[in-house]
Design a protein around this ligand. Structure first.
Ligand SMILES: [Zn+2]
Length: 230
């Protein structure tokens, strides 16, 4: 946009030039806004490399959720991650994994933890999962579903608590999230939600210390038993 544009501008009237410039400015701004909204993550060097089937937590098994149930992002660079949201599925592990693969469901979490401690990752932590029912919370959190029912205390097994705590400890370590009840919350605590999970039987007094212990163990490096159980 150098000399050539100036030359052509000189040949048109001042009024036409002003109108033209204003229209061009509006057009450019609108285009830039649209491009930024849609394509910012395609800017070379901005997007992190992705590999099909890659997981963020070494102990997780990958099953992809339907792309309709999450939004592509580049966290934590575009949205900082400062919360973990704990959910309970109100159904079996298999049914949760199945509905998260259904584009009509409109929701999914990053992880699903089974009663026996098996962990499935369905959405990358880079991306925004539709799990909290609150846009801002979705953008800034990682969602973990747990197999079971809010009104059934037997849903929450030792293996589940321990596997989930290791998973949450890893998330907290990756993004520098403090291990406390302000940053590790239940779905019920998300503003505007009508969900009650994880419910009164989810034992926070047990869970938070488990996360803290796993977090400390992780900073000391993985133990042989930890890698064997993964
Ligand atoms: Zn929930």
């Amino acid at each position: 946009m150098g000399a050539r544009k100036k030359d052509s501008d000189r040949r048109i009237g001042r009024r036409a030039l002003l109108i033209g410039t204003a229209a061009a400015a509006v057009g450019t701004a609108a285009l830039a806004r649209d491009e930024l909204g849609r394509l910012w993550w395609r800017v070379p060097g901005v997007e992190k490399p992705r590999k099909e089937g890659e997981v963020d937590y070494a102990g997780a098994h990958w099953v992809a959720a339907s792309a309709a149930n999450w939004r592509r992002a580049d966290r934590p660079d575009d949205y900082g991650i400062d919360k973990v949201v704990v959910h309970v599925t109100q159904g079996s592990f298999d049914s949760a994994v199945k509905v998260f693969q259904d584009p009509a469901h409109g929701a999914a979490s990053h992880y699903v933890v089974r009663k026996d401690g098996h962990v499935t990752q369905m959405i990358r932590e880079l991306d925004v999962a539709y799990h909290a029912g609150n846009r801002t919370y979705n953008e800034h959190s990682v969602g973990i579903e747990h197999e079971g029912f809010v009104d059934d205390p037997s849903s929450f097994t030792d293996a589940m608590y321990e596997a989930s705590a290791r998973l949450t400890a890893g998330i907290c370590a990756r993004y520098g999230i403090p291990v406390d009840r302000e940053h590790i919350i239940g779905h019920v605590e998300v503003p505007g939600t009508d969900h009650t999970d994880p419910g009164p039987h989810w034992d926070w007094d047990r869970y938070i210390p488990l996360v803290r212990r796993a977090r400390t163990a992780a900073t000391r490096g993985p133990s042989p038993s930890a890698s064997a159980s993964a």
